[in-house]
Design a binder for this molecule. Sequence first.
Ligand code: CA
Ligand code: CA
Ligand code: CA
Length: 182
Amino acid sequence: MGCCPSISRKTIKELSKESSLSPEEIKNLHVNYISALERMEDKTGLTSSSFQEALGLTAGEIMERIFRAFDLDDDKILSFREYVLGVAFFSTRLDLERRIHFAFALFDRNKDGMIDEDEVRSILKAAIEQTGKHADDRVLKNVTDEMFSAGDRNKDNLISEEEFTHLIMKNPKIIDALSVFK
Ligand SMILES: [Ca+2]
Ligand SMILES: [Ca+2]
Ligand SMILES: [Ca+2]
């Protein structure tokens, strides 16, 4: 039996406020988080594979993107706070602005602050293949073109976070489509 770092009431309260999840939900997430950590050698935080196990996700492109988007400081491990804030994205209670920021991070695979066509195509492809269907190249191209013609306001073939925000405000369904936890 390993020891279980406990979580203070103060931390629960702060995380609850920051994530819009209830204290009860934070406590449950903490139990999940700790039990995932217990199975690891290094208990400083969740790695990509233990994270995948904790959430019961299938390994692959989408999982990697989600992990990278959760990993706010880009140190390749998830702290409990990063875990909570990431999970909160998939609940609809988080304010739209932060959900947009998170969704942007899912698209922006190389974290350069811009979404390019390859990044859109590859996340679409992964999302379709995740459901067991074949991703047709023409469909991928059409959807990508549509997203750029609607979203790329200054026509530089890149979607900035500002452009992305405009796009989502007009089409909030794009975010819902990314909720792969359902
Ligand atoms: Ca991290
Ligand atoms: Ca990018
Ligand atoms: Ca642009």
